[in-house]
Design a protein around this ligand. Structure first.
Ligand SMILES: CCCC(=O)SCCNC(=O)CCNC(=O)[C@H](O)C(C)(C)COP(=O)(O)OP(=O)(O)OC[C@H]1O[C@@H](n2cnc3c(N)ncnc32)[C@H](O)[C@@H]1OP(=O)(O)O
Length: 502
């Protein structure tokens, strides 16, 4: 289960709609997108409660695995979600490594030394539940949602020890059901406050399952651990401040730092969700690398798939498309080239080759080869206006297709690197959203499509549409002047040269 954020409370008398769809089947697992909205019967106003993604694994009775068939994609939205699902899966599978890296860093930080800090041991709550048939599915497996509901009860009692009020669940951190539990099992829930952050508190819940034999032998199965974040309000609806806590055991210290690391990842995500087009590019840090790569690929994919592209010019086998939305203008250049798609991809994704065919690239140096698929480059470029040469620090994310119908993707966006601050020699410039999508036409030819546009219109994971709607609204209120993003025209110009050089 990915992070769950509760954006809106659903109250008695309101109508809840839950929409779920398999976005992509991988091998044995599949991503399900879930959107929960609440409608007020009196006003008809509909609000989003939560958008979340769950991973299900098809499981036959007994041992063995079920290999899933690919899902059939019917709409443009199906295609978009399908492309982005694989990027979200990368974030999920990489989460533990990111967390561990952050833990290494946060272990150096001191724990709370405040005299009046409350010992976390005061917040320990335990409860035991017996799994009965109504709690389980037709295989006799306890419903994940039932386990989550029990977790929330015990966690909110734990949080209430600190706030002397009713805690409100704000979000649930990404978690995994490690193993199943069955009808007849006893589930023991242990909840404890890990850390407090001014207006919020993180409670960790560990779930252990016992069948009768395991109960007697005291041999629990650890089936789940989750982290729930609560806030609390007073009668006037004002947020309450939580007291500082201090861990008193070695395990408590580990959990205390774990909460800080998880919060860093959460805040990074939130910060990226509320990103405005005019803010400086994001810093490349341990806590946000996965999200920056996601947003790089997602921005390009989303832009390329937007409805409403118009052909502006056709030159031989090159088409230039434009897309207008509010006051924002984006470009896309599309060309047929007589080289196999994998060759075009290897040429276009290696930016150190770009100087050979792009006159806008004067120098290009790899600053960080993060992985085979993510590289950070420093690029210098001749001045377009004025007299100062420009430079860029860009993240290039490249992806190979999982299926023949899918494109090769090379996405480009600016990032900030501490090791490469702006220098007086160059005017630091930004690429917001650009790159290539390469579709195979035959074994010897392909179509290279190169969109470039603003990121405010791109989706980000978990709750993106709220941000997009906001930004669209902002854009529509802007003065009616076409805003061509910096780097957009240059991108079009330089991408045009690809054709000849290939
Ligand atoms: C209708 C109601 C349904 C319910 O509520 S069920 C109740 C709650 N869930 C449970 O009780 C499940 C408990 N867990 C289990 O039984 C096992 O972990 C489970 C799900 C069978 C998987 O076991 P295995 O097949 O041995 O696991 P595996 O390591 O080979 O991985 C299987 C597929 O899952 C993927 N996976 C593993 N960790 C993941 C993660 N953190 N995020 C997303 N996907 C993840 C993994 O990549 C693999 O996928 P694929 O085969 O490559 O498609």
């Amino acid at each position: 289960m990915d992070d769950i954020q509760f954006e809106e409370a659903a109250r008695v008398g309101q109508i809840i709609a839950i929409r779920a769809k398999v976005n992509r089947a991988f091998k044995t697992s599949m991503e399900v997108g879930i959107k929960v909205t609440v409608q007020d019967v009196l006003t008809n106003a509909e609000k989003i409660v939560s958008v979340a993604y769950a991973t299900y694994v098809a499981k036959p009775v007994g041992a063995g695995k079920v290999e899933l068939k690919p899902v059939e994609l019917l709409s443009a939205e199906d295609h978009l979600e399908h492309s982005l699902a694989i990027e979200r899966r990368r974030i999920r599978l990489g989460y533990v490594q990111v967390f561990q890296k952050l833990m290494q860093e946060s272990n150096k930080e001191d724990t709370c030394e405040e005299k009046d800090a409350v010992s976390t041991e005061h917040t320990h709550v335990q409860s035991t539940e017996l799994v009965l048939p109504p709690h389980a599915n037709h295989h006799g497996n306890t419903f994940g949602g039932q386990i989550m509901a029990w977790m929330q009860t015990v966690a909110s009692i734990s949080a209430s020890r600190l706030c002397c009020s009713h805690p409100i669940l704000k979000s649930v951190n990404m978690f995994k059901f490690w193993g199943p539990s069955f009808v007849g099992d006893r589930l023991v829930f242990n909840a404890i406050v890990n850390n407090t952050f001014h207006n919020s508190v993180e409670v960790g819940v560990r779930v252990e399952a016992y069948n009768c034999e395991e109960w007697i032998k005291d041999q629990p199965r650890h089936i789940n651990s989750a982290f729930l974040i609560f806030s609390a309000v007073n009668d006037k609806g004002e947020l309450l401040t939580f007291p500082r806590v201090k861990p008193t055991t070695q395990d408590g210290v580990r959990r205390y730092h774990g909460a800080i690391a998880r919060r860093r990842i959460r805040l990074t995500r939130k910060c990226m969700l509320s990103a405005k087009g005019d803010k400086p590019s994001d810093a490349w840090e341990t806590s946000n690398q996965a999200y920056l790569s996601y947003s790089n690929i997602a921005a390009l994919t989303h832009l390329a798939r937007k409805p409403g592209w118009d052909i502006t010019k056709t030159l031989d086998n090159v088409k230039i498309w434009t897309h207008e939305e509010g006051a924002v203008l984006s470009f896309k250049v599309e060309m047929q080239v007589k080289v196999p798609s994998h060759v075009a991809f290897s040429l276009l994704s290696d930016f150190s080759l770009r100087q050979r065919w792009d006159r806008h690239f004067q120098t290009c140096e790899v600053l960080q080869a993060v992985s085979e698929e993510e590289k950070i480059y420093h690029v210098t470029s001749a001045p377009m206006t004025g007299h100062q040469p420009r430079d860029f620090v860009i993240l290039v994310s490249q992806r190979q297709p999982c299926r023949p119908q899918e494109p090769y993707t090379v996405a480009v966006r600016s990032v900030t690197l501490k090791a490469m601050p702006p220098s007086p020699e160059f005017c630091r410039s930004e690429i917001l959203c650009a790159g290539f999508q390469i579709y195979s036409n035959s074994s010897s030819s392909c179509t290279v499509s190169s969109p470039a546009g603003p990121p405010a219109l791109c989706p980000l994971p978990w709750g993106c549409h709220l941000t997009s709607a906001d930004s669209l609204q902002r854009e529509s209120k802007a003065p009616p002047k076409k805003r061509v993003q910096s780097g957009c025209v240059e991108s079009v110009l330089s991408n045009l040269t690809v054709r000849n050089e290939l």
